[in-house]
Design a protein around this ligand. Sequence first.
Ligand SMILES: *Cc1c(COP(=O)(O)O)cnc(C)c1O
Length: 369
Amino acid sequence: MKERILVTKSILPELDEYMDEIREIWDSHWLTNMGEKHKKLQSELRKFLDAENIELLTNGHMALELSMQALGLKGEVITSPFTFASTTHAIVRNHLTPVFCDINKDDFTIDADKIENLITDKTSAIIPIHVYGNICEVHKIQKIADKYGLKVIYDAAHAFGENYRGENISHFGDVSCFSFHATKVFHTIEGGAVCYDDLDFGKRLARLKNFGIKTEEVVESVGANAKMNEFCAAMGLCNLRHFKDEIAKRKRVVDFYRKYLENIEGIQLNIIQAETVSNYAYFPIVLHEKEFGSSRNEVVARLEEHNIFPRKYFYPLTNTFGCYHDKYNAENTPVALHISKRILTLPLYPDLPLDVVERICEIILDCKK
Ligand SMILES: *Cc1c(COP(=O)(O)O)cnc(C)c1O
């Protein structure tokens, strides 16, 4: 490839469409602090996600971090290490102890059958991740949470716009946190949102994103600054108009990949969840070296020689990060450890040309021994 092919490429609306959207900001001189664009995007997303309530934030990480704070979590939370740094960092930055649960080997989400064993009298919440848009075992997880009186916060950063058994996924758990980062299927350049039911939680969250300020003279909590600005909200308004088209284009790429790579010994494709309406956010494959003949790292090296740059999402596991100084033992999450050493996320974005996809598949298949 002459051009570098990266794992993703941020979508953009037509420049004119964005210019039209931001023109009013010049008239109002209102750049941030819950202005008109913020309000409009909030209301449109609420409809789009069929959410009871939604709060917009500056990014997906602060959505997680402030949700945990607004819920007043204490002690231990059960989560999985097969995720982006953000999930585990948000837990630790809230002075909570992450207790790592293993994952399912076919959909990479938390193994709900292993949660109950990890519950202690210090456990206050379960924080599962809809990894690659694969929906967690939401009903099993809710049953456990109800039995032990635990909160459930979904890291739904990968799952924007998805439905599971006819319901928008923003309905599951106490809270669902979305990321609208530039690399995600729907973005606001940087941004995030929290969907929730409980109005008191919503009030606390809204204050926490604005320094904990209740009224001009009353500061109620030790908040942060996590407000989505008007330019980001305007980008969201544009991108939301094209979301369905972009997803259809992604599906085309994914279908093409699947056709090429299915039924190859040693290549495990991401599961197709029967009852999930997918957003086609990622195309991960697991390369089983014994059967495939080449290792994940060998395949990466070969692709890079051709100017193609997939990513090893999610390797390393968060419970092995140097910043946690060996506090956690990845041997306790053997499936996650096994998968993370073999996972590879291939380039995927709406305008990725199919002949490039074909080339990527050929290079991978060329590594088969
Ligand atoms: C992107 C991402 C986040 C963080 O979102 P930002 O908007 O980048 O802060 C959290 N969790 C997961 C799984 C993500 O992929």
